[in-house]
Design a binder for this molecule. Structure first.
Ligand code: NAD
Ligand code: LMR
Length: 333
């Protein structure tokens, strides 16, 4: 019997990532090749005409799995009955804006949309926050939607994870599928810690497979992955969109359908204190997934250099949380 359609919300659907993500979801890259979908596309009123254009193109592409398209500028309507919510909508930082100005705007968006999700989405909705600051937006969403189980709210660091896999594969001269188990620890920002200590190339530890490249691993690999978003903005004049959309599909697909045996992926999830990282932050950890549930991989050995980098990115997340809470207090005053 054919599966019944799942409803997937994409916020900011008229934006760059939305435009790349909609066809990927409609083609089965997110929920699998046999899973029909109904897309719920949300954007703000000034983008309503562009949103209708996206809908027209989705119809014209005649995707076999696409069973319906809801477009809306009303969060309550867009969230109605959704099984998966990919939160891409928000304000990017513009020239002359302080970090706090962006944080203030996005925190208010995430607080409002948290309530819309809570009131209207499926009770088991799985939420992926992509919009920056992704980890802290996810945390604020969780705080404003207390009836959504906190484990159902995650932030995207899969793009960083994929970037790390690709860098190692290029260096080793192998297809990216041969590289496994890199880790992104912490924030989706330049303080993230891309860690190869437990990764493999064709089953061999990365450090062994890249013997002779110790200098590259120590001095080039980490900053390249940390700064890749900025490098793409510099090259394109726009932030990453196709790779972000593809990584959002990877994140949700692994979460719902599972990770391959012996492998893990990086996900921003609510810290339970694993590896000494503070509880109550949305922090990126190595995770395995099975049937819609993720678990943090336990028992990995952490050396002193790694521990310091993991602490530094947690410190930035703690500062972001304070800033976000301040913004919420100011907005309520
Ligand atoms: P964009 O500006 O092209 O699109 C954002 C869309 O959000 C626009 O269509 C805008 O109208 C819409 N929007 C604004 N406020 C909204 C609201 N309240 N409700 C619904 N929609 C709203 O930006 P983009 O390039 O698509 O990037 C989107 C976000 O993703 C940015 O915050 C960007 O920094 C972030 N990003 C994250 C990652 C990651 O790996 N986590 C990677 C790339 C980009
Ligand atoms: C990325 O990693 O490509 C983006 O988060 C960069 C950005 O600041 O939008």
């Amino acid at each position: 019997m054919p599966a019944s359609a799942k409803r997937v919300l994409i916020t900011g659907a008229a934006g760059q990532i939305g435009y790349a993500l909609c066809p990927m979801v409609a083609a089965g890259r997110m929920l699998g090749p046999d899973q029909p979908v109904i897309l719920h596309l949300l954007d703000i009123a000034p983008a309503a005409a562009a949103l209708e254009g996206v809908k027209m193109e989705l119809l014209d592409a005649a995707f076999p799995l696409l069973q319906g398209i809801v477009t809306s500028t009303d969060p309550a309507e867009a969230c109605s009955g959704v099984d998966v919510a990919v939160m891409v909508g928000g304000f990017p930082r513009k020239a002359g804006m302080e970090r706090k100005d962006v944080m203030g705007k996005n925190v208010s968006i995430y607080a409002a949309q948290a309530r819309a999700l809570e009131a209207n989405a499926s009770k088991d909705v799985k939420v992926l926050v992509v919009a920056n600051p992704a980890n802290t937006n996810a945390l604020m969403l969780a705080e404003h939607a207390p009836s959504i189980p906190p484990e159902n709210i995650t932030a995207m660091t899969r793009l960083d994870h994929n970037r790390a896999l690709a860098q190692v594969a290029e260096r080793a001269g192998v297809p990216v599928t041969k590289v496994k188990n890199v880790i992104i620890w912490g924030n989706h920002s330049s303080t993230q810690y891309p860690d190869v200590s437990h990764g493999t190339v064709d089953g061999k530890p990365i450090r062994e497979a890249l013997k002779g490249s110790e200098g590259w691993l120590a001095e080039e690999f980490v900053p390249t992955v940390q700064q890749r978003g900025a490098a793409i903005i510099k090259a394109r004049g726009l932030s990453s969109a196709m790779s972000a959309a593809s990584s959002a599909c990877d994140h949700v697909r692994n979460w719902l359908l599972g990770t391959a045996p012996g492998t893990w992926v990086s996900m921003g999830v609510l810290s339970d204190g694993s590896y000494g990282q503070p509880k109550g932050l949305v922090y990126s950890f190595p995770c395995t997934c099975k049937a819609g549930e993720w678990s943090i991989v336990q028992g990995l050995e952490i050396d002193a250099v790694s521990a310091e980098k993991m602490r530094a990115t947690a410190e930035e997340l703690a500062e972001e949380r304070e800033l976000a809470l301040e913004c919420i207090k100011e907005a309520a005053a």
